[in-house]
Design a protein around this ligand. Structure first.
Ligand code: G4F
Length: 328
């Protein structure tokens, strides 16, 4: 008997992770649906740029995390087998500037989706995108699934809330909801506001002759940086398990922002010290100083491990930006 095509619905499909996940699920034979804002459908060349190579294979639906009725309508139409909830206000810095919209999008949006799943498609398997920002001022290094949460930003607090809501819906209503506690994951598709892409784009532009400085905040912050293309595979694997569970997804290594700068500028034959300026505007009211994940559980239960190393990630991003800015 022929097996039925699985149907996946992705919130945040236009973002870095959403685009890699959509590609991956298509390669696995899924019918892939995505929720996008109406403005994105009206401006595809800018807002759907990460999806340009697969756009014709996708089913896009207009809805917003701020509107429960719009989510309810899309989920009742699509009736997904798997729902990947990636959409969020995900820029930590901005969450200090507007904690209200961060809480509303990230907490109420997640709550709305959970309620839709419970009411409309209780058999659907749901993935919630948790974050290493939930550990914040972590009591131990490395951080695992048992490390206490101590978020240091409105964003981190919103993710802790989403994580606990997801767990509570799982336990209360017997739903299949898994959360990934994802450490930083980057790629050439990363937004320019995040530190890695900010660094690689500046290094490339300076290499091409731009007379600019690279203004940065805390150079000593340390992060566990992996490749987003590896991380979306873990999201999928979490939904193929017998039981829903939560997993730390990380490389197990940590590097400072300074080390990232050093490697990125070396890749273009320059010394970062000649180009980086410390600008207090980019310091955060409360910083997360060191993140480093222990993904032993994911390795043992999902068979997942990060493939792309830190130097390869930096090289991949710099080489992409050298090419990208040569066309500008
Ligand atoms: O690249 P970032 O903005 O990422 P951050 O705050 O770690 O959050 C990212 O990873 C999380 C996973 O742990 C996600 F949940 C979240 O959505 C997001 O994707 O900043 C990284 C570090 C910080 O310590 C920051 O203070 O870089 C430091 N930094 C120093 N100068 C800077 C800058 N960050 C940014 N964005 N811009 C700077 O100029």
């Amino acid at each position: 008997m022929a097996t039925q095509t699985k149907r996946a619905l992705i919130t945040g499909i236009t973002g870095q992770d959403g685009s890699y996940l959509a590609e991956y699920l298509l390669s696995q034979g899924y019918e892939v649906h995505g929720i996008v804002r109406r403005v994105a459908l009206e401006d595809p060349s800018n807002r759907l740029v990460r999806l340009s190579s697969i756009l014709e294979k996708l089913h896009l639906h207009s809805a917003s995390l701020e509107s429960f009725p719009s989510l309810y309508r899309v989920i009742s139409e699509v009736r997904p087998d798997e729902l990947y909830h990636l959409a969020a206000q995900s820029f930590v810095s901005y969450s200090f500037e507007d904690s209200f919209s961060t809480f509303s999008t990230n907490i109420d949006g997640t709550h709305s989706l959970l309620e839709c799943v419970r009411d409309l498609v209780p058999e659907c398997r749901m993935y919630f995108a948790g974050s290493s920002e939930m550990f914040g001022h972590a009591a131990e290094v490395p951080q695992s699934e048992t490390t206490r949460f101590y978020p240091r930003s409105p964003y981190g607090i919103s993710k802790v809330t989403g994580f606990h809501m997801s767990r509570n819906y799982r336990e209360s209503y017997n739903l299949f909801i898994a959360s990934g506690i994802m450490f930083n994951h980057e790629s050439p598709r990363r937004g320019f506001e995040f530190v890695t892409r900010k660094i690689t784009s500046h290094a490339a532009r300076i290499r091409h002759g731009a007379r600019i400085k690279l203004p940065l905040g805390n150079l000593d912050a340390k992060r566990d940086w992996g490749f987003a293309g590896d991380y979306v595979k873990a999201m999928h694997q979490m939904l193929q398990q017998d039981q829903p569970d939560d997993f730390v997804i990380a490389t197990g290594q940590t590097h400072s922002v300074r080390e990232f700068c050093q490697l990125a500028f070396e890749e273009v034959g320059l010394n970062y010290e000649d180009h980086v300026v410390v600008d207090p505007r980019f310091y955060r009211p409360a910083e997360v100083h060191v993140l480093m994940g222990d993904s032993t559980k994911a390795r043992e239960k999902l068979g997942w491990k990060a493939e792309v190393t830190f130097p390869d990630l930096v090289r991949m991003m710099v080489q992409h930006d050298l090419e990208h800015f040569s066309r500008k």
